[in-house]
Design a protein around this ligand. Sequence first.
Ligand SMILES: Nc1nc2c(ncn2[C@@H]2O[C@H](COP(=O)(O)OP(=O)(O)O)[C@@H](O)[C@H]2O)c(=O)[nH]1
Ligand SMILES: [Mg+2]
Length: 324
Amino acid sequence: MNETMNDAAAGDDHDMNESPAQPAFPPGHRSGYVAVVGKPNVGKSTLVNALVGHKVAIVSSKPQTTRRRIMGILTREDAQVIFVDTPGIHDPRSALNKYMMREVENALGDCDAILFVVDVSRPPDEADLVVMERIRALPQPKLMALNKADIVKPVKLGEHTQMYHALFGSEASMLTSGLDVRQENLDELMALLVNALPEGPEFYPPEQYTDQPEKMLAAELIREQALRFLEQEVPHAVAVSVDEFAQRPNHTLYIAATVFVERDTQKGILIGKGGGMLKKIGMESRREIERMLDTRVYLELWVKVREAWRKDEGAVSDFLGALE
Ligand SMILES: Nc1nc2c(ncn2[C@@H]2O[C@H](COP(=O)(O)OP(=O)(O)O)[C@@H](O)[C@H]2O)c(=O)[nH]1
Ligand SMILES: [Mg+2]
């Protein structure tokens, strides 16, 4: 009897040593994941880049630029905020769309707070309501960014703000602009966000600002330039894979990448007259990658067709990674 009790006591002791009672963070330090959600094109990625102070997500004027969850990490003295940028919430039809919506669901499932972004230069529409409905019942604290405040006409500002407030509530809302030239209220928004997070330690080393490896950042920067120069259906059919990413002598980073499209006609447009379009995309993306990674880059671009890849689950996970 006695022996058993001693054994149990020894076991307890051991357990206590395994899990230290002292929290490993300074008092009052806050941390957590903020899911950034909204309909396509309201400026979620631009806002995340601005809040983090680094370009972690590519941006374009075309909807559905962001295809997967992307983390942007901001470490300050008193807090570490991990923004999870997500694809715009929309109707899932193709395999790619389903993948994108699963990414949103995963982000919402794992987060500590939700930043709901709307475009205040326009009145709320059906697509905003879909997002609101999706997050309404979630238990996490929610904030609304009335974004693109820089382009709203003064007469419309009050009207639209009132409409968003009527739908979402006005207690946790902030007028913002994420644009480089006109950043507005970002410190104020940060303060609200940090306040909404629980106390906790840093989850990532302070120098880390994204979860994406450099190879993936490079692929995304190439896709950003393709989105920039291509028109109509072609940009949405583009996927980029980086096949080689190697340091070469003379401090040059050698990158070989393939730009995939879905049809031969798109391949023709992507290559352009005399190869002009591909050359332009290549030149601009090399410049962007050099700036981001602060190194000389030798970039080789290839073009391939992978038919109707957006409808093909296997192809989608080849390009974007397996879904968790
Ligand atoms: N005027 C204005 N334009 C913005 C702002 N934020 C983003 N944009 C533009 O809106 C478009 C979509 O931005 P993006 O960040 O990709 O939106 P997302 O789809 O919600 O991630 C791009 O052309 C951006 O330059 C903003 O605060 N003000
Ligand atoms: Mg985006």
